[in-house]
Design a protein around this ligand. Sequence first.
Ligand SMILES: Nc1ncnc2c1ncn2[C@@H]1O[C@H](COP(=O)(O)OP(=O)(O)OP(=O)(O)O)[C@@H](O)[C@H]1O
Ligand SMILES: [Mg+2]
Length: 265
Amino acid sequence: MSFPEDRPPEAANTAEAALEELRRQNAELIEAVAARDTFIAVAAHELRNPMTPIVGQIDLLLAALQAGRYSSGQVEHRVRRIRRAMDHFIKRAGTLLDVSRITSGRFQLALAPCDLSDLVRETVETFTETARYSGCSFRIEVPESLPGAWDRLALEQILDNLISNAIKYAPSRPVTVSAEDFGSLVRLRVRDYGPGISAGDRARIFERFERAVGANERRSGFGVGLWVVGQLVAAMEGTIVVNDAQGGGSVFTVTLPRYSETNRS
Ligand SMILES: Nc1ncnc2c1ncn2[C@@H]1O[C@H](COP(=O)(O)OP(=O)(O)OP(=O)(O)O)[C@@H](O)[C@H]1O
Ligand SMILES: [Mg+2]
């Protein structure tokens, strides 16, 4: 920017500084709008997916009730399943809000005593039906007990995304979910026997909206699942890597502190 020759140098400096400040604020606003747009896309995706099976189960229940086919025990069983699915949905919505807080720098982990082995077993259990439908079987390799302090919902969200990817991209094959104790660290692994991920794609799949699928890909996805996982792992001061698994397929390895700094007394 140029100024008339007779303007004192301090005035020119002040104007330049004000302009610089405006540019900085403008860049911040552009970033904030982009973050909001991303959040809306992530929210729509994360909230829409679990709704489909819930609506399906309600339709099934309605049809059976109209046809007078269900005993009160069967109705109760169905309603309980819908209730479980709703609980899962509410959890996902909660974690999504946490992700929004991460993006805006307001995220707080809710650390609480938790057993990682139990959590792996329980999360895998929630995939029983989806896995059966895709022809996948699970192998769980966890110690009897692996106690620590973590944000339980964040851990569930991480496992949820990695397991659903394994089922989606490596159907009709086994999926191994493991947890290992390394003292002050724990390691979570999800291993599949699918097509694997090329070295070039591995770097970008943790970015927002990045997918590594062919042009004719029919499996739906917004390319945000691994971004969510990466954000949560980073918030827990952990790391995540993906590698080729021996014998084919991919292995996602998450390493986390067992007790976070904030939890140590
Ligand atoms: N286990 C896997 N095997 C092969 N490719 C995978 C695997 N997991 C992820 N990918 C690749 O990484 C990409 C990004 O995964 P991500 O979970 O972020 O998105 P998505 O599965 O496409 O959509 P969504 O947001 O619904 O999870 C996928 O589109 C897929 O190409
Ligand atoms: Mg995914």
